[in-house]
Design a binder for this molecule. Structure first.
Ligand code: AMP
Ligand code: MN
Ligand code: MN
Ligand code: MN
Length: 281
């Protein structure tokens, strides 16, 4: 059975990356929604997949392997969602350990810059504690800043310390988008452009990005996710139709505290070639 809109959720995070629920808790929470097919898409890590899959089996939810890769396209940071790949494929371990090193070194720089802003010398250790064995990123620094009582919320941490143009917004040389796509494709998966309207790009640029991605082997783009406006969604569906590619949707859930999203929730939409058809085939 192909799940209908609202019965699948193909984009979410656990505490293995920057979410707050463990993979098990996430799936258990999903069990009380109408969702029958879900993918866990933590940032740059596959470490939560086995645990989530095991719980999904217990809860009778179809589980799809997922990941959200941080990639570079012409100097911009772009997120690529990979779905339904073989998580045991050899290429993943090299790719992920490279990213781990990249993120670790970047975190050192973020800490250095924030220390100069007088947030205290413990900032790295606290952020690292929040990251655990996972891939360290700015959200872990946001939590550390809250713990150090420098800010009151994640949003404030990004506004004052970590967001675009702030000292903690340290750039890294992320893998080229074609590399990320190749990784997913070689492992038998599908590669999807995440939340296309969240990069501050014009639709002209977005079409260029999509054309580049499709020629690198990508399969489609997300057209429904929290915050997408009806007008933008319409444009994205049109873009997908012209490109004859697949469309996907997901909640981008990180935490029950985020008031603007919930598991299984994204704006309803009307489109052809919804990726669940392919995932069910
Ligand atoms: P990183 O990959 O380390 O650069 O961190 C990026 C992540 O930070 C995104 O995936 C979001 O989850 C989170 N993030 C980015 N901007 C904000 C913001 N303004 N408020 C809260 N979280 C944010
Ligand atoms: Mn995130
Ligand atoms: Mn993202
Ligand atoms: Mn995400």
């Amino acid at each position: 059975m192909i799940p209908a809109i609202g019965q699948f959720d193909l984009h979410m995070h656990s505490n293995i990356s920057d979410g707050t629920l463990s993979p098990t808790e996430l799936v258990q929470r999903m069990a009380s929604t109408p969702v029958t097919m879900m993918a866990l898409t933590d940032h740059d890590t596959l470490e939560g997949l086995a645990e989530a899959r095991a719980e999904a089996e217990r809860q009778n939810i179809t589980f799809i392997n997922g990941v959200e890769l941080t990639c570079d396209w012409r100097g911009r940071v772009i997120h690529v969602v990979g779905l339904n790949f073989d998580d045991q494929a050899d290429a993943f371990s090299d790719y992920m350990s490279h990213l781990h090193e990249l993120r670790f070194n970047r975190a050192k720089k973020i800490a250095e810059r924030l220390e100069k802003r007088g947030v205290g010398r413990d900032i790295f250790d606290i952020a690292q504690r929040y990251a655990g064995d996972g891939q360290i990123g700015r959200p872990h620094f946001a939590k550390a800043l809250i713990e150090l009582e420098k800010v009151e919320s994640m949003q404030q941490a990004f506004d004052r310390y970590l967001g675009q143009g702030c000292p903690g917004d340290v750039k890294a040389k992320w893998p080229e988008i074609a590399q990320g796509i190749a990784l997913i494709k070689d492992a038998g998966g599908v590669a999807i452009l995440a939340h296309p309207t969240k990069y501050n790009m014009t639709f002209t640029k977005l079409r260029e990005l999509m054309a580049d991605m499709l020629s690198a082997g990508a399969d489609g783009l997300e057209v429904s996710y929290p915050g997408v406006t009806p007008g933008h969604q319409h444009e994205l569906i049109k873009l997908a139709k012209r490109a004859e590619c697949w469309v996907s949707a997901g909640s981008d859930f990180h935490s029950p505290d985020q008031r603007w999203t919930a598991l299984g929730r994204y704006p309803s939409f009307d489109a052809e070639r919804i990726i669940v058809e392919r995932l069910t085939a």
